[in-house]
Design a protein around this ligand. Structure first.
Ligand SMILES: C[S@@+](CC[C@H](N)C(=O)[O-])C[C@H]1O[C@@H](n2cnc3c(N)ncnc32)[C@H](O)[C@@H]1O
Length: 225
C-alpha cells in the first residue's frame, strides 16, 4: 500500500480534488498518504484516534507543516474549511455501527466548504465468496500467513483473522480485527443524510469503471454549492 505504484495514482486523484484548498484526512494513521500529499504542496490536516500512530507520523513531519488532532473521526471537529475530506484504506469499517458511520459522513460534510468533496476508498463486501453453509472466506494461505474472514450477516460485521508465523519454531501469532461492512448504495444514503451528493464512483485510483465485478470502489460525494 506504500509503494509508488499505489501511492502515485492515489495522490494524483486526491491532489486534483483538493485544488487550491485544504485537505483533511480522517484516520491519517502514520501519514502513508497525508505526508506525501502535503509534500506535494496540498495543505493537509489529520484526525487520528491513536496517539501511537500519530507519534510515528510526527517523526516524519513537523506539526506546523501537517497538524494532527487526536480524536474520533465521527465526532472530532477541527478548525477551518476544506475542499477535500478523505478516508481511505477501508477505514470507515472501523466504525462498528451504522450510527457511527452516518456520524462520520455528517462530520465530513461539516468540514467541507460548498462544492467540496468527501472521498472514501472501500472494498466491496466479499459476500459472493461465502456460499451457503460456509463460515469463513480465506484471503491468504501462504507459508508465513493464514488469513480468513468470518461474517455476522445480521449485524454486517466482518472479522478478519490472521495467523502469522514469526520465526522458525512453528508457532503462529493470532490476531483479529472487527469491521462493519457496507455496500456502496448504503454509503450513498449516508451521504444523502449528511447533505452530500454522489458525484463519481470508480474501481481504482486510476479511474477504471466500477462494475459488478469490482472488488473495491473509490467514491466521491460533493457538498452542493
Ligand atoms: C488502516 S489504518 C489507515 C491509516 C491511513 N489512513 C493510511 O491510509 O495509511 C487505520 C487507522 O484508522 C485509525 N482509526 C480507527 N478508528 C478511528 C476513528 N474512529 N477515528 C480516527 N481514527 C481512527 C487507526 O488508529 C489507524 O491509524
Amino acid at each position: 500500500m506504500s509503494s509508488a505504484a499505489v501511492l502515485g495514482p492515489t495522490l494524483a486523484f486526491l491532489a486534483e480534488l483538493a485544488g487550491d484548498g485544504q485537505a483533511l484526512e480522517f484516520a491519517i494513521g502514520t501519514g502513508r498518504v497525508g505526508v506525501p500529499l502535503r509534500e506535494r504542496g496540498v495543505p493537509v490536516m489529520g484526525i487520528e484516534l491513536s496517539e501511537h500512530m500519530a507519534a510515528v507520523l510526527r517523526r516524519k513531519i513537523d506539526e506546523d507543516f501537517l497538524p494532527v488532532i487526536i480524536g474520533d473521526m465521527a465526532t472530532t471537529v477541527v478548525p477551518g474549511e476544506f475542499t477535500l475530506v478523505y478516508l481511505v484504506y477501508n477505514t470507515i469499517t472501523n466504525l462498528l455501527t451504522q450510527d457511527e458511520q452516518v456520524e462520520c459522513f455528517r462530520n465530513a460534510a461539516r468540514h467541507l466548504e460548498p462544492g467540496g468533496r468527501f472521498v472514501i476508498e472501500l472494498g466491496v463486501p466479499p459476500l459472493r465468496f461465502l456460499p451457503p453453509g460456509q463460515v469463513a472466506v480465506p484471503f491468504d494461505v501462504s507459508e508465513q500467513h493464514l488469513g480468513f474472514d468470518t461474517f455476522d450477516l445480521v449485524e454486517q460485521i466482518l472479522v478478519s483473522h490472521h495467523l502469522t508465523r514469526d520465526g522458525d519454531d512453528g508457532r503462529y501469532r493470532r490476531e483479529n480485527s472487527r469491521h462493519r461492512y457496507a455496500w456502496p448504495t448504503e454509503l450513498d444514503l449516508m451521504a444523502r443524510i449528511a447533505g452530500l451528493e454522489l458525484e463519481r464512483r470508480v474501481a481504482d485510483w486510476d479511474g477504471a469503471p466500477f462494475t459488478r465485478d469490482s472488488a473495491k470502489h473509490i467514491s466521491v460525494w460533493r457538498k452542493p454549492t
